[in-house]
Design a protein around this ligand. Structure first.
Ligand SMILES: [Ca+2]
Length: 294
């Protein structure tokens, strides 16, 4: 079975929760196996609220890691407070393993190659790439990823213009530096789903009002549904094939500027990166997501 680690900012936008539900449902149905989740934007109740949400979704005890230093992505969380009371395994951020260590541990322990779904900021994965051998593994981050990661599905960048700007790359100094490292050094293939793909795909509009995910969306001010950057990325990852998920692809090499946060793409038939373009109208993707989250 294909195995995944979910990277999320779990922060100000609610589409991470839509993606989390989609992944947990796929895990529960046996389509995929989730090995863990790593939070890359930190609020006081980050870990407990993600644990609470996953527990309410029926996934109790999923290993959660966090970058405790990522407190500089300044925006208030919107939906975390309602979820903390459901936490079963992690009561605070201090209970969770450091994000890089959790990636290294889960990858080291994996018997086969793992896929990463990354729908937040990139500093943890960048630090994983640059990590040195440690007590968990004698392999460097690059060696470990080459051995244990088959692919990364990433919500990041804006690819419909020559010089793109997008939040996951361009939020602040930390995210910009990480984006540059990620694009330059990631040793495994990456498929990017950019800002332009998800903003007008509105999912979650058909949730029941007593659904916890409806409460999350409502807390964010999105009771009528939300842009689908993260769930589109998660669904594409679960489907496991860009074309089958409803996209065409452009191959090449992505770059991100560590100072400006700008992303650019150089087309190349042998490049390690793809970005996707929609093959269908927005309603198609919203419907595919809604089928899985309602
Ligand atoms: Ca996100």
């Amino acid at each position: 079975m294909r195995e995944f680690i979910f990277g999320t900012d779990w922060w100000s936008d609610c589409d991470d929760a839509v993606a989390a539900r989609l992944l947990v449902r796929a895990h529960a149905s046996g389509e995929i196996k989730l090995l863990g989740a790593v939070i890359n934007a930190t609020k006081e109740d980050s870990v407990a609220s993600l644990d609470g949400f996953l527990s309410e979704e029926g996934l109790v005890g999923l290993p959660i890691g966090i970058d405790r230093e990522a407190t500089d992505y300044s925006r208030p969380g919107s939906y975390q407070a309602r979820l903390v009371k459901y936490a079963k395994t992690y009561k605070s951020n201090e209970d969770a393993e450091d994000g890089v260590r959790l990636y290294r541990r889960l990858l080291s322990e994996a018997s086969d190659k793992v896929e990463l779904v990354e729908v937040g900021f990139f500093q943890v994965v960048a630090a994983l790439i640059e990590s040195e051998p440690d007590d968990i593994s004698p392999l460097s981050g690059i060696e470990l990823m080459k051995q244990k990661v088959s692919k990364i599905w990433a919500m990041a960048g804006r690819w419909d213009r020559k010089f793109g700007h997008e939040n996951n790359f361009d939020r602040g100094p930390r995210s910009r530096a990480a984006a540059a490292v990620f694009c330059e050094k990631c040793p495994v293939p990456v498929t990017f789903l950019g800002f332009e793909i998800g903003f007008d795909v509105i999912s979650g509009s058909k949730l029941s009002k007593d659904d916890i995910l409806f409460g999350v969306l409502a807390d964010h001010g999105s009771a009528g549904g939300r842009s689908s950057w993260d769930p589109m990325t998660a669904l594409m990852a679960v489907v496991g094939d860009e074309e089958k998920a409803g996209y065409t692809t452009v191959r090449g090499q992505a770059f991100a500027d560590a100072d400006t946060g700008t992303n650019i793409f150089e087309k190349c038939d042998t490049g390690p990166h793809l970005y996707v373009k929609r093959a269908f109208p927005p309603e198609y993707y919203a419907s595919e997501i809604d089928k899985r989250i309602n």
